[in-house]
Ligand binder design. Structure first.
Ligand SMILES: C[S@@+](CC[C@H](N)C(=O)[O-])C[C@H]1O[C@@H](n2cnc3c(N)ncnc32)[C@H](O)[C@@H]1O
Length: 236
């Protein structure tokens, strides 16, 4: 701030004692609360399962998610990343999936950018991350996921696929990103519904392809979240 000196300073804030870390998920209570109240599409039990998975493998390298939206799932990944001394890359073009466009089920008119007239979740994402105090750990990448994947070269401990949910884009995310998961690392799919009455079949079909590849095997399922481990040596 220009002309700032000590006399301008706000009264000292009360300093809370160090929050305890939930050993199951690597999230301190403040960060967990921020994740819970953030705008987005991540039920808490699935978010905690994601955090627990991240904590298990984050020592192997950075984490990456496809489908940032407003940063809710990024917060569940941020605690484990910080614990392990690594980072979370999170990719989104921020223009929303089909079901988020005007007239569709998950449209949020507060996310329309008046300048372009298009949906843009990037501002809300930056606020979410800044307010939670994890800007040093969460690195947003704005772009089309398969295009970013074509230029990617960093091994990853965990890839979380939560972008577009129809078959072709989910397959493109899987094919583009799964080769970057290190052996012993995790591939995580969200919104996997075996029963078509419960949800779209794209993630389920791609999940089945990942299993039948022989490269990934199931670790656990929590709600619609499926966690797989990479069990082979060389990349596909
Ligand atoms: C279901 S939302 C993600 C929800 C988020 N993980 C959460 O916790 O709330 C899916 C997101 O994927 C993004 N998306 C869809 N297709 C994409 C693509 N090809 N490249 C990058 N992002 C994409 C959309 O813009 C949308 O924000």
């Amino acid at each position: 701030m220009i002309g700032h000196d000590d006399t301008d300073r706000a009264p000292a804030q009360r300093v809370d004692p160090m929050p305890t870390i939930d050993p199951a998920a690597g999230l301190d209570p403040t960060l967990l609360n921020a994740a819970r109240v953030a705008k987005g599409f991540m039920p808490d039990d699935e978010g905690l399962a994601l955090a627990k998975a991240a904590l298990e493998v984050a020592s192997l390298g950075p984490l990456l998610e496809i489908g940032t939206y407003c940063g809710k799932s990024s917060l569940y990944l941020a605690g484990p990343a910080r614990e392990a001394g690594t980072v979370v890359f999170t990719i989104d073009h921020h223009h929303g999936s089909e079901e988020m466009q005007a007239g569709w089920e998950h449209h949020d008119s507060s996310l329309i950018d008046e300048h372009t007239g298009r949906m843009d979740s990037s501002v809300e994402f930056r606020r979410t991350i800044a307010d939670a105090g994890v800007s040093d750990v969460v690195i947003g990448i704005i772009g089309d996921s398969p295009k970013v994947a074509r230029h990617w070269n960093t091994p990853l401990s965990l890839v979380f696929i939560d972008g577009a949910h129809s078959y072709e884009p989910a397959l493109a995310d899987y094919l583009g990103w799964s080769p970057h998961v290190v052996p012993g690392g995790y591939l995580v799919f969200h919104d996997v519904f075996e029963d078509p009455d419960l949800g779209g079949q794209g993630p389920w079909q791609v999940y089945c392809e990942a299993i039948s590849s022989g490269v990934f095997s199931p670790v656990r399922t929590v709600g619609s979240m499926r966690i797989l481990v990479r069990s082979d040596g060389p990349t596909r």
